[in-house]
Design a protein around this ligand. Structure first.
Ligand code: PLP
Length: 450
């Protein structure tokens, strides 16, 4: 079993057979904070924030817009403060995510609100807070946002989300811009044009530009380029129809990261240089002024920064029908803190974190403690045969869609998130307790509702 630096956070290393992250030993982190534990490498997070911002700035120059960190991948008040200090923006998709940003005193001028079914209350909180942009996703929402903006006596800047009809090369559930999806207005059907004209006609909306987000965990520039080409064509048609140019183009997120050996995290510079040259060429072709370009990476920033630490509880050898033996290694978490393998067959790497083993490696399946056979973290991985109760297993690259998608299945309290940096560790999101969960249960006398 080798330590794969490419899937661990920048400040992770093996020291005397033990995984050390941000200068903190795994065994001591487990002892101090318990397991399962999300360990976020603060310096790595800040480094990735800066590298996306500088890549956007370098390749788009004066036309560089904002990097909006996609908060749904993982957010907490402390993390929102890191984002705010690095000078980038944040995208929120619900009242809850907006509340976290506001609790961190995030500058509303750098907040963008997304979502295919924002409630009136969510739109109201966003406009009240003064968010920079609302990305409109449906015809009903055009009217809703206009009406609420009017109530507040403001003209709300909006983008409209378009579906460019791109089949992103990723899992169906994280592919978001082909035609048959719930998101956005279709360009090819003419719906996008209709939406733009509707927005143009309303007094309390200011249409600043267009948005798309083609999916997630994408490694090639092709999908982004096709999407950008279609969006720029749309900008040209808009100009021809309305005699003004829309100044903003938001190309969403979706940049892929390495989870297992053989994958390579999408380099921000490569991604931005490919997209920037395409955008400039297409704008020249249509005689458009290059718009201000924004992006919304989530996973690419958060995923590689975080490692989950589990403790092994039981192991089992199962004889397979086709012959041979499979070793099951069960840890103290599972689908409640990482639903991605069950949800879309996502793959992960693993490492024995607390000691060196000289035992031979055997084909193993790493599973959780939930009451589902599908509660699998890694379907097949070679791990030392002497792994047993009390050992620590580290799963790298769990920073995106791990804690943020966590559930309380089996009444499991959700794990803590600990930030490590330079030999120090601090809790930034505390572990839930059984009392937290029990406090939701109430004994109430029936009331007449009719
Ligand atoms: C999910 C999402 C993102 C971020 O996607 P990643 O794959 O995490 O980069 C960005 N924009 C929108 C609108 C999204 O829904």
């Amino acid at each position: 079993m080798k330590f794969l630096q490419s899937v661990f956070s920048i400040n992770s290393e093996m020291v005397n057979g033990e995984l050390v992250i941000g200068g903190c030993k795994s065994s001591l982190l487990a002892k101090e904070f318990g397991t399962p534990l999300f360990i976020i490498d603060e310096n790595d997070f800040n480094t990735r924030l800066k590298s996306w911002k500088s890549a956007l700035d370098r390749h788009f120059g004066a036309q560089a817009g904002t990097v909006y960190y996609a908060s749904k991948s993982f957010i907490s008040i402390e993390v929102a403060k890191w984002i705010s200090s690095s000078g980038i923006g944040i995208d929120v998709c619900s009242g809850g995510e907006l509340a976290v940003a506001l609790a961190a005193n995030f500058d509303p001028a750098k907040i963008e609100l997304h979502g295919n079914n924002k409630s009136e209350a969510e739109i109201r909180s966003a406009i009240k807070a003064g968010v920079a942009k609302i990305v409109i996703d449906s015809h009903q929402e055009i009217e809703r946002v206009n009406r609420i903006a009017k109530e507040f006596g403001v003209i709300q800047t909006v983008l409209i989300r378009l579906t460019p009809g791109v089949e992103a090369h990723t899992h169906e559930f994280i592919s978001t811009a082909h035609e048959d999806v719930k998101f956005g207005f279709s360009i090819s059907s003419g719906d996008a044009t209709k939406a733009a004209q509707e927005v143009e006609a309303l007094a309390n909306l200011h249409l600043a530009g267009i948005h798309c987000h083609i999916g997630s965990q994408i490694f090639e520039s092709e999908g982004f380029e096709t999407a950008a080409t279609r969006l720029i064509e749309f900008l040209a048609q808009f100009r021809d129809r309305n005699s003004r140019e829309l100044p903003e183009l938001d190309l969403g997120g979706g940049y892929g990261v390495a989870y297992v050996e053989g994958e390579t995290t999408y380099d921000p510079d490569l991604a931005m240089s490919a997209i920037a040259s395409l955008v400039k060429d297409q704008c020249a072709k249509h005689k458009l002024v290059v718009p201000t370009v924004s992006i919304e990476p989530g996973r690419a920033i958060s995923a590689p920064t975080t490692t989950t630490l589990y403790e092994v509880g039981t192991t089992k050898n199962v004889t397979l029908d086709e012959g041979g033996i499979r070793r099951y290694i069960a840890v103290d978490g599972g689908m409640s803190d990482n639903i991605r393998p069950a949800l879309y067959g996502a793959e992960y790497s693993a490492l024995l974190a607390n000691r060196t083993s000289t035992s031979s490696e055997i084909s193993s399946r790493l599973v959780g403690k939930h009451c589902e056979s599908g509660d699998i973290i890694i379907r097949e991985i070679d791990l030392p045969s002497d792994i047993g109760p009390g050992d620590l297993i580290a799963i790298p690259t769990t920073g995106a869609y791990g804690r943020s998608m966590a559930s309380n299945y089996n009444h499991m309290p959700r794990p803590a998130v600990v930030a490590v940096n330079d030999g120090t560790a601090r809790v930034i999101l505390r572990r839930e307790t059984q009392e937290d969960l029990l406090s939701l249960d109430v004994t109430e006398a029936p009331r007449v509702i009719n």
